[in-house]
Design a protein around this ligand. Structure first.
Ligand code: ADP
Length: 272
């Protein structure tokens, strides 16, 4: 990082002239390095669930005369397979996003509708954990940007899932969508474990987890926030985090509203 990679080719042109071709390879080198690191990370991450499955299969074989043990091991195999499936899906998603941080064909995106869909996806998860989901968008909020609605929904859903996973039962998770002039914001606030300042610097890196065991227990892949970061960058925005250990966290997506959509007519009375 920070090193410039240049390829210089010099050729003589007659007796009095030379031409020099200078190519900036910095970007392509960086892309190549990112890809190489990603492959190393991915193979390492795949080894854990695959190894776990193979051990569980052996355990099932060894316990063939104990139906209760077989059922228990089979249940754990299901959970591990679900995690593996999700890991593969997120790897594919992230590798697509890493190739380019812009979308080929952006379409108008109704941010409130994306937020509503993300909430629908996590409703059961929240209920199971007795976490109250609060949707606190000001009434009449109409927020439109250009981009990819499915990806934006995924990003909001990842934030909501994290908020639920890293919080205790009986707490609240709030989702707010706002528009302030040329900026839209989507904020997810929880009353969970919080994140130390040192970890806040690193949580957007792929496969970085503060507590790997807890992440694994909740089916986490360590890719959720890396995906959020790339999706937001693709929309020309940024993601910020405020957090206090033991108090909770707020993750906010800041998304630019294109001038053409800034004064979009407000259909009125829309909350999530
Ligand atoms: P994971 O699949 O492990 O949740 P993420 O990329 O979504 O991966 O998040 C990276 C790490 O950041 C998590 O493992 C967790 O330690 C921390 N984290 C993310 N969101 C929260 C949150 N709302 N509260 C506390 N910690 C969080």
């Amino acid at each position: 990082p920070g090193t410039l990679a240049l390829r210089i080719q010099v050729a003589r042109l007659g007796a009095e002239h030379v031409i020099a071709l200078v190519e900036d390879l910095t970007y392509s080198r960086r892309v190549e390095e990112t890809r190489r690191d990603f492959v190393v990370n991915v193979s390492h991450e795949l080894k854990t669930p695959v190894g776990g499955l193979s051990l569980l299969a052996e355990a099932v074989e060894g316990a063939s005369d104990d139906p209760e043990a077989v059922r228990r091991f089979a249940g754990r195999m299901h959970a591990e397979t679900a995690r593996l499936t999700r890991l593969v899906q997120e790897i594919v998603e992230l590798s697509r996003l890493q190739v380019s941080d812009t979308f080929d064909e952006p379409v108008p995106v109704d941010v409130v509708a994306c937020a509503r869909e993300a909430v629908d996806h996590v409703r059961l998860l929240a209920e199971d954990k007795r976490i109250e989901l609060i949707q606190a968008s000001p009434t009449g909020t109409d927020v439109r940007i250009f981009g990819d609605p499915a990806l934006l929904t995924t990003a909001i859903r990842n934030l909501l899932e994290n908020a639920i996973h890293y919080s205790d039962p009986g707490t609240r998770v709030a989702l707010t969508v706002r528009r302030q002039g040329a900026l839209a914001s989507v904020a997810v606030t929880d009353q969970g474990t919080g994140i130390s300042p040192v970890d806040q610097e690193r949580i957007f890196e792929r496969f970085y987890r503060v507590d790997p065991a807890r992440s694994r227990r909740t089916g986490g892949t360590g890719l959720g926030l890396a995906i959020v970061k790339h999706v937001v960058a693709g929309h020309g925005g940024e993601v910020s985090v405020w957090s206090e250990e033991g108090q909770g966290s707020t993750f906010t997506l800041h998304l630019p509203v294109p001038p053409a959509l800034e004064d979009a007519p407000d259909p009125g009375g829309r909350s999530i």
